[in-house]
Ligand binder design. Sequence first.
Ligand SMILES: [Zn+2]
Length: 304
Amino acid sequence: MGWKIVLSLVFFILVVGLLTFYWFLPIGELIEFKVSDGHSNFTLNASLNTSMQFYENMRYQTSNISYRIDRCPLAREDEMKRAFDFLETRTILNFYKVSGGEEISVTCEDSVQGEKGLFIAGEGGVTNVTVTENFNVIFNGMVILIRETKCSDPLVGTHELLHALGFDHSNNPNNIMYPTLNCKQTLGDDIVEHINWLYSFPTFSDLSFENASASRKGGYLGFVISIRNHGLKNSENSTLIIYADNKSIKELEIEPIPIGSGRKITLSNIFIMQRNIEELKLFIKYDSEELDKDNNKITLEIKE
Ligand SMILES: [Zn+2]
């Protein structure tokens, strides 16, 4: 009869309503996920000699480094050009002259001061460095040539140029990096090896997860994720993909990230049908090459 149908209908609506309530409202216990593995970081197999440079693993973005010589008398300009040649013939580095926007600025004024106390050595040093987990990336270096060498090799220019490449003084009186000049000084093999090793790494980006956590309440997931570029190059667009028990649940485009910079991503209310998720996997899909692809993934598990 009529009332039976009405009762069934009310019951049916109630059941559907409760199910909807259960599925689509963020109710239930708060479950938190934390990093379980995959947070591997690219290591440079430890640098050959960590004490040679002002900071560990200092290098410019590429092995082709631009320079500009400004306000130098001819003899000192010649000294500096010979210094560039001297390092070019002994290492994998190349130096090229530009008229502006140079990486290494050479001047012959003795009144020039460095920026923000980063100007380490008196006559040559680095003025702009970005710290990453892999390298201390030098954007700008500086040389102030006060005198030219009276020796057969351009020892003064090369000594200052090495400071601009991040090299510190040596305690060995016969090494070109000894604080005071002597014509018998030579460029040590250790410096050559260190430069060739540092610049053996290609100029790639290196996107990696810095941190990640997730939480679930009912059918809703939330994430806090940070991604950083530890490479030698600004990154292009990449895609963050989130998997819940190997099923892709979210894709998000990540804008370019400069060297040493990071992005913090907060996601909330991602609805999923699965209720018993064991693990969440995060993956950075990046189409170009990177210094390391292994650090593009991270796994989150339920916090015990
Ligand atoms: Zn010096």
